[in-house]
Design a protein around this ligand. Structure first.
Ligand SMILES: [Zn+2]
Length: 89
């Protein structure tokens, strides 16, 4: 058993699909920038901690995703704009 912040998984997944999308160009996609983007967004999103129980992990992730996806996309879009203007390296 462990405690896990599902918001991290959702942010990571949403960022990956946004970076793969064609609408985002001219942004550095290195590990450092991806982590900077995730950290920025996660600091502005509510943490969603659950005790993880392997069988139910996927269901829980989907529930949280449905509730927060719009907020996650909004914060990631802000983060990407900021980080791409000023990469921290
Ligand atoms: Zn970079």
């Amino acid at each position: 058993m462990e405690i896990h912040n599902y918001m991290e998984d959702i942010v990571k997944e949403a960022l990956n699909s946004m970076l793969e999308g064609t609408e985002i160009k001219n942004i550095c996609k290195c590990q450092k920038c991806q982590y900077d983007i995730m950290a920025w967004a996660l600091n502005r999103l509510p943490p969603k901690y659950f005790v993880s129980d392997k069988g139910r992990l996927y269901t829980k992730l989907q529930e949280v995703e449905v509730q927060f996806r719009a907020d996650v996309i909004k914060e990631l879009t802000n983060a990407i704009t900021l980080i791409s203007l000023k990469p921290q390296h």
